[in-house]
Design a protein around this ligand. Structure first.
Ligand code: ZN
Length: 313
């Protein structure tokens, strides 16, 4: 059972419950390196601190805290591990080689001339266009909770140099989520993919199904899966581009489970999510990147359902 971020305690509860019902469960935790490398380090870059030092610090702090709380894991993994880099790139390359899954789009994004880099959403602050809060981030206003894009901010400022960023052209890989709309709808509504029953939709929470269906009925849109950053998983032949967290982080469940399988002498192929399931994991984050409450049940239930279906008891 993978878990992450704020979900550890609830996942631990689900693990206990599932074990009590006689099912085999392994608790696998993965910690996202871009959460730490991208978000938590945005204030330290100016001070010349290496993101690795930051993620090591938080990794040990979190691990020790869970131990003190009596929360245990069969595998406590992190997406900065080499195994995760290889696994995430394998997903990217397989999808890229298919030729119909990504589109490469040129667009203009904010760039800090003093630091010579494009700015991740969290590196930009400005006034929220919805509520007027003057320290909203490029992806979200933490005062009113609105999801934002950096270009919506009024008077944007780079958090690195403190100066107004300029617009500069760059290109990114966009995952064509719309191509998956139909089978996903069927999978969520009926539990079937290609005629095979993978889960019982009646066991899903109504608000989870409702949230997924509202995105699907609106039609999923292509979404960028790369970023111009110097920290993360570099994509081949593009040294300045890395996989963006929403694509890379869910694959962390796969790589953490692979590591668990290696350490325990289990056949790792048994535990790897199939392509379509992997894509579903990414899609459930769609539209709610920083809202764990909206995604938690899908994550846990989908994977419990997967484990039940594919691994038996
Ligand atoms: Zn606001």
């Amino acid at each position: 059972m993978p878990e992450r971020g704020h979900h550890n305690l609830s996942a631990q509860g689900t693990e206990y419950y599932t074990q009590q019902r006689g099912r085999r469960v392994e608790a696998v935790c993965q910690v996202r390196h871009q959460d730490q490398g991208g978000y938590k380090t945005h204030g330290t870059k100016k001070e010349g601190i290496n993101p690795q030092e930051i993620i090591d610090k938080y990794h040990n702090l979190n691990k020790g805290t869970f131990e003190k709380l009596g929360v245990s894991f069969d595998m406590y993994h992190r997406t900065s591990e080499q195994l995760h880099h290889e696994t995430a790139l394998d997903f990217f390359q397989r999808l890229n080689e298919r030729g119909d899954q990504f589109e490469i789009i040129d667009s203009e994004q904010y760039y800090d001339e003093e630091y010579n880099q494009f700015l991740a959403d969290r590196y930009i602050q400005g006034t929220c266009p919805k509520c007027g809060y003057d320290s909203a981030f490029g992806d979200q206003c933490e005062n009113c909770g609105s999801d934002l894009s950096p270009t919506e901010l009024i008077n944007p400022v780079s958090t690195l140099s403190g100066k107004k960023p300029i617009m500069r052209e760059t290109k990114h890989w966009y995952f064509k989520l719309g191509e998956h709309n139909e089978w996903l709808k069927e999978w969520i509504e009926t539990g079937k993919v290609d005629g095979k029953q993978l889960h019982d939709p009646k066991t899903w929470k109504k608000h989870v199904t409702g949230q997924c269906m509202s995105w699907l009925n609106e039609g999923l849109k292509s979404r960028a899966i790369t970023r111009d950053l110097d920290w993360g998983i570099q994509i081949p032949d593009e040294s300045s581009k890395v996989l963006y967290v929403w694509f890379d982080a869910p694959i962390g469940y796969v790589s953490a489970t692979k590591q668990w399988a290696i350490d325990n002498g289990e056949p790792s192929h048994t535990f790897i999510l199939v392509d379509k399931t992997g894509e579903v994991v990414w899609i459930k984050d769609y539209g709610a990147p920083d809202n764990p409450n909206r995604t938690m049940y899908v994550e846990v239930e989908e994977l419990v359902s997967y484990i039940k279906t594919n691994l038996g008891n």
